[in-house]
Design a protein. Structure first.
Length: 139
C-alpha cells in the first residue's frame, strides 16, 4: 500500500467563506498515482470545516444565513470562550455543525462521487493563513 500527504494553504479575506477545493484534491490524487484507495481531507484548524455538497451559490448563501442565525458572531459577550480574549467562539461551533473532514473513495484514479458532489473548505474565522491536509492511501 502507498501513502501520500500534502498540505494545501488558504488565506481567505472573509470571516466566513466557502471554497471549492475539488480540483486541488484531484491534483493530489494525480500526484500520488494511487488508483484504488481513500482520500481524507480535513482542515488543520478548529475554526474551519471540510464538507461535500453541491457547488451552487444559492446553497452557499443559505448555509451562511443558516449558520449565522444558528450561531451568530455577535454579540461577542454571549460566549464564554470569548472571555479568554478570543472573538471566535462562533467559528468553533460552526465547524462542529458543518463537520471536520471528508473521506472519499478513489476508483480508477478518480474521486468516486455521486452526482453534483464537490469538496469544499468552509472558513469561519478567516483573514489568516490556514492549512488543509490531504492524505491518500491505497494502491
Amino acid at each position: 500500500m502507498k501513502s501520500y500527504r500534502k498540505e494545501l494553504t488558504l488565506n481567505l479575506p472573509e470571516r466566513m467563506e466557502f471554497v471549492n477545493i475539488t480540483a486541488d484534491v484531484r491534483a493530489c490524487i494525480d500526484e500520488s498515482a494511487i488508483q484504488e484507495g481513500l482520500v481524507l481531507v480535513n482542515p488543520m484548524h478548529i475554526t474551519a470545516s471540510v464538507f461535500i455538497n453541491d457547488d451552487e451559490s444559492g446553497l452557499h448563501h443559505d448555509y451562511k444565513k443558516f449558520l449565522e442565525t444558528l450561531v451568530p458572531h455577535a454579540p461577542l459577550a454571549q460566549y464564554r470562550h470569548n472571555d479568554t480574549g478570543e472573538d471566535n467562539a462562533d467559528a468553533h461551533i460552526k465547524r462542529q455543525v458543518m463537520g471536520r473532514e471528508v473521506v472519499v473513495a478513489i476508483t480508477n484514479g478518480e474521486l468516486d462521487f455521486g452526482a453534483w458532489e464537490q469538496i469544499f473548505y468552509g472558513e469561519f474565522d478567516g483573514r489568516r493563513r490556514k492549512r488543509v491536509l490531504v492524505k491518500i492511501i491505497g494502491e
